[in-house]
Structure formats: C-alpha cells, structure tokens
Design a protein around this ligand. Structure first.
Ligand SMILES: O=C(O)C1=C[C@@H](OP(=O)(O)O)[C@@H](O)[C@H](O)C1
Ligand SMILES: C=C(OP(=O)(O)O)C(=O)O
Length: 408
C-alpha cells in the first residue's frame, strides 16, 4: 500500500492516545514468561510485540520472528535456558543480515548450545535449551545494547546469577537502564557500577505485581516533528506519558526545544506546543548514541525547517531494519537535500527548497515511513509501502489523519 499525502495543515488542539512502549513491552513479556505472577497493562500492539507474545507461548519447534530485532535477541537468550527444548529461530531476509554473534558467543561462554544454520554470526539459529551454570562473561558493548538486555533478562534464572563485564564504549545506555529498572520493579536485585553489571539469582519468589507500560516515546517523535513543522500556536496532546520515563527517547522533549516545540506534562499526557519561530540560520548538533531510533525523525524535521543538522553517535543505524544512514541520504536527496554520511554521522546542509511529489522508498523500515510523513505539512509527498508502520505503530496513519493529514 502506498499513501499520498496532500499538503496538509494540523488541526489544532487534537489529542491522540498511543499504545505502550515496544521496548518496555518486549522486556515485560519475556519476564512474564519467566515469572507469570506479573500482570502487564497497556502492552504495545506493535507487530514486534505481537510476534514476541506468540513466540513465547508457541509450542512449535520453528519460530519466525520476521523483522523484530529486539525479539530475536531476547528470545535467543530465553530459549537458551528452556532446559531440554529444541527450537529454530529465524526471521526475515533482513533479520538474517543483522549480526547476533556477540550475544551468541556470550551465551555459549555461559554454557548455551546454539548453532548457526546458514551464515556464521547471523540468524537462523538452532538452540537446545540447557541449565546455564557459568556466571561470568565479557561482551563488546558498542554494537547493540539489545545483546546486553537479552542476557540481563534471563540472568535471575541462571543457577549462579550473572556478572557481565561491558567492554569498550557502551551504546544505547538508556535501554540497558530500562532493563535494570524493570528487573528492579519486580524484585530482582541488580547492580551497575563502572562497566560491570551483576544480577543475583532469585532466592525468593516474586510477588504478584501489576505493571503499566508507559506509551511509546519513539512513536511520539512523529508528533513532535509535525508540531515543529507547523505554525507558532499549534498544539497537540498525546498520552500516556510521564516526566520520569524509562525510555531514553523521552529526550525528545529537550531536543525539540531547539525546533521551537515546548512540552507540557499534565494528567499523564504531554501537550506539544509550537512556541518559537525557528530561523533558517539555526544549526542543530546532537550526539544520538543514547537515542538512535529518533535520528530519522530529527533529520527530516531539520530538513523541513530548512536548517543545518549535524548528528553523531549513529553507529548502530547501519544494522537496524535497513542501513538507516544510507536510506536517509538517498530519500532526503530526492527531496533536494544535501546530505553527507559516514559510518556514524550525518550532516544535513541547510536548504531553502523542498521538491514536490517525490516518492519516498521505505526499505521495510517503519521509521522511514513515519519520519518522512510530517513533510506532508510542507508539500505533496508519497510514502511507498506505507503499511510498514505496523512494526511499531499499527494505527499510525489513522492517528495522522485525526490530527489533520490529508491522505489518499
Ligand atoms: O532494547 C531495545 O528495546 C532497543 C534498543 C536499541 O537498539 P540498539 O541497542 O541496537 O541501538 C533500539 O534501537 C531498539 O529499537 C530497541
Ligand atoms: C531498531 C528497531 O527495532 P528492532 O531492533 O527491535 O528491530 C526500531 O524499532 O527502530
């Protein structure tokens, strides 16, 4: 399905309810499989969380996780400790190109039985579940924090707990902290000091516990971008959010001040207000190593406002749903932008024109579709294969219609 957006204007004072964070949901779903006493509210309805849920209850020996990277990594750890069970876990063509060696090596050091079925270092994997006795492992921490979270999520079920040493620069730290906070919230003791994380094996049983997932901040980014690209005075309310978030992407509230957007927290919702006009001579400089999923949104907002943007800390973007740095450069340049990239940075020069009626390719990447959609406030634009959004945000197009986007 392709979607054409006709140049639109936001309706003022609209409000939208977004479902639970995909990251928090996928962690809690795995923890619930280990500790059924946990009840989860506001679980994400994303494809990735639905796939995670299905995989955790499946009795099949073949699990296909499609594009869901977090689920692939978390389930690899989960099935490694399902004593006596044999599972093959596979995914989409792209999933078979997303590296998993660092996690598999760490699990093997702990005693896991995992075999590569096609290419070394990549899914699909055959896993024979075992009791894991070893409790010390060192892992390279600058490639993906998902490997670290995967180990932490199963750590309290290991015979002797886990002492994890993180080597090198640690990337996407807020996601690691989110994992530790959620473990803490169900009574699992953890400690993160310097570059060592320890998780104790659980000595007592976990009490019955209700946990409410905060709505997804990465999904909120598309509303921030839409407000930033609108006239001063525009406001939109989205829920349910809190000022003290476990999600690193909540840094949006401070980043978007530079785009003239003020965030007001009230009654578990945030109101985004376009308060300041942004001069085209502004420059946005950011290090996004802690919030990689909002890089595409920010690049497109800067382009829509015609301002220069320089982002570093983007080294994880190459191994996501697509190579997001290359995809951003190609698609922004179709619109008339001037973009240069390296393996970890993106530099967008300021520009004063946007080419109309461009078709944006989405590369099976939900965030490509959603990040470019707000440009419909500036020009007519077509988003190819627009249904990719369901990976994280199935009702995205309905919500965008509700706030004023005119779609065909
Ligand atoms: O743990 C998580 O829930 C995630 C961690 C991040 O991955 P990296 O650590 O690979 O950057 C992020 O990009 C992804 O969307 C979700
Ligand atoms: C990178 C993402 O997801 P995953 O790695 O879980 O596929 C994302 O949602 O942007």
């Amino acid at each position: 399905m392709d979607i054409s957006i006709q140049k639109s204007k936001l309706k003022n004072h609209q409000s939208v309810q977004i479902t639970g964070s995909k990251s928090e949901s996928n962690r809690l779903l795995l923890l619930k499989a280990l500790y059924p006493q946990i009840n989860i509210e506001n679980v994400s309805n994303s494809d990735d969380s639905v796939l995670m849920q299905k995989a955790l209850v499946s009795k099949e020996s073949l699990i296909d996780i499609h594009h869901a990277g977090t689920a692939m990594r978390f389930l690899t750890a989960y099935f490694s400790i399902q004593d006596g069970r044999e599972v093959t876990i596979t995914g989409s063509k792209r999933m078979k190109e997303r590296p998993i060696k660092i996690l598999v090596d760490a699990l093997k050091t702990l005693g896991a039985d995992i075999e590569y079925l096609e290419n070394d270092g990549f899914p699909p994997l055959k896993i024979i579940g075992k009791k894991l006795i070893t409790n010390k492992v060192t892992l390279e921490a600058n490639v993906s924090s998902q490997y670290i979270s995967a180990l932490l999520l199963i750590a309290s079920k290991l015979e002797n707990g886990l002492e994890l040493t993180l080597a090198g620069n640690i990337t996407s730290v807020p996601y690691i902290k989110m994992t530790l906070s959620l473990l803490d919230s169900i009574g699992i003791e953890t400690d993160f000091r310097g570059n060592i994380i320890t998780v104790n094996p659980l000595s007592t049983s976990i009490k019955e516990k209700n946990l409410v997932v905060e709505s997804d901040w990465s999904s909120a980014s598309y509303f921030y971008s839409s407000v930033a690209l609108s006239d001063v005075g525009t406001e939109i309310t989205i829920g349910s959010y809190k000022e003290e978030s476990l999600q690193g992407d909540s840094v949006l509230a401070s980043i978007y001040k530079s785009f003239g957007v003020t965030t007001v927290y009230k009654n578990q919702a945030i109101t985004l207000l376009k308060t300041d006009f942004i001069d085209s001579k502004s420059i946005i400089e950011l290090d996004l190593k802690n919030a990689p999923d909002i890089a595409q949104t920010i690049a497109v907002t800067a382009f829509g406002l015609g301002i220069e943007c320089y982002m570093v800390g983007l080294h994880t973007l190459k191994i996501k749903e697509t190579d997001r740095l290359v995809a951003l450069k190609i698609e922004l340049e179709k619109l008339g932008a001037n973009v240069s990239i390296t393996d970890a940075t993106l530099h967008l020069k300021s520009s004063d024109k946007i080419i109309s009626d461009v078709e944006i390719a989405t590369y099976n990447d939900h965030r490509m579709a959603m990040a470019f959609a707000p440009l419909g406030l500036k020009t007519d634009i077509k988003i190819k294969n627009a249904d990719v959004v369901s990976k994280s945000y199935p009702q995205f197009w309905e919500d965008f219609t509700a706030i004023g986007f005119s779609l065909k």
